[in-house]
Design a protein around this ligand. Structure first.
Ligand code: SF4
Length: 334
């Protein structure tokens, strides 16, 4: 009996892949594998559990236990449309560690385990034999194929939607399952509640128009993280000679939404802080710490909100979570 691991993101394409594999190999051991960034849309959970029920496939849920903003605060780095670690640290690394070495992340849950036909054994204990891993990427993302295959060696890596063009909506109809609401709102992916740090101006403009509450939350995250990172670039904080007096407040805000007086002050004075004033002096290389950091190119979300008409609506960007390897050399040697 073969093992088939489907990297199940909560998107329509990964559902189609699961359907295809179930149809092709009804008697094999098939697993839906989901890694949670704890930053997802509520409707994504409805979709993945309903998918597992209706496909009658087991789902393994893993989470590192951190959200992308929490990770950025810990790393003192604002991920953006050019560079970011969240898909790597919160999705790909836990997956690679588990399937290659059997190392479990902080949170593990099973759903519909009764449908599992054979135990999941890591590569280090012989799991590669007769195991294929599947990604729901299509022809429009086939430039990622080489890097993904390299990173998942020695597993047999399959991307059936590159060869077959299938209408995801038709597959969802077959199972009478409602597509995730983010697609109805005009987003191309069902990732991180439409607030992917790698998204572009058009994506965030759409978020502003369709879900202003979430836009305001992510805008405040950006403001606070940006000021926190600028603060930590001061040489005395960076080299540990001076205590970091902001981290606890920042982390509590990003985790629980609690706004201490320090956080309120940062948010209320966002325009002033983002100006080119040398508020925090210079960094360890002598460069002025005078520029606000932003997720999207050219502007902060605070600026985008003030002049949405001037933003580039065709700059959509977005995450290739689970498949977003930098290049073929970025191997996970677990
Ligand atoms: S969807 Fe975007 S924000 Fe979420 S984990 Fe992936 S890269 Fe990060």
């Amino acid at each position: 009996m073969k093992n088939h691991i489907i990297f199940f993101s909560g998107g329509k394409s990964s559902f189609t892949v699961a359907h295809l594999i179930k149809k092709r190999f009804p008697n094999d051991n098939i697993l839906l594998y989901f890694t949670d960034t704890l930053y997802e849309d509520e409707d994504l959970y409805r979709f993945i559990y309903e998918a597992s029920d209706k496909l009658e496939l087991p789902m393994l849920y893993h989470s590192v236990g951190l959200t992308p903003p929490q990770l950025m605060a810990k790393e003192r780095f604002l991920y953006n449309s050019r560079v970011g670690n969240c898909s790597k640290k919160l999705k790909m690394e836990p997956a690679a560690k588990f399937f290659k070495k059997g190392i479990k992340p902080n949170i593990e849950k099973w759903y519909n385990e009764k449908f599992l036909k054979a135990p999941i054994v890591p590569l280090s204990e012989g799991f590669s034999i007769n195991t294929s891993v599947y990604f729901g990427i299509g022809w429009d993302e086939m430039h990622r194929e080489g890097a993904i295959k390299k990173n998942w060696e020695p597993f047999d890596v399959q991307m059936p939607l590159i060869e077959e063009v299938i209408d995801n909506e038709e597959i969802l109809e077959l199972y009478n399952i409602r597509r995730p609401r983010l697609y109805d709102m005009g987003f191309a992916h069902n990732n991180c509640k439409g607030r992917c740090v790698k998204a572009g101006q058009g994506h965030y403009k759409n978020l502003l128009m369709k879900d202003e509450k979430t836009f305001q939350e992510v805008k405040e995250h950006e403001i606070v993280l940006s000021e926190y990172i600028r603060y930590t670039k001061q040489p005395q904080i960076k080299n540990g000679k001076c205590k970091d007096y902001l981290f606890e407040d920042v982390y509590k805000f990003l985790s629980e939404g609690i706004k201490s007086d320090k956080i309120k002050n940062i948010i209320e004075n966002a325009d002033y802080l983002a100006s080119t004033r040398r508020l925090f002096g210079t960094d360890s290389k002598g460069k002025p710490i005078n520029k606000a950091y932003s997720f999207i190119k050219i502007m902060t979300l605070n600026e985008l909100e003030k002049k949405p008409i001037q933003c580039d609506i065709w700059d959509i960007g977005g995450c290739g979570c689970f498949v977003d390897y930098g290049n073929e050399n970025e191997l996970f040697n677990y």
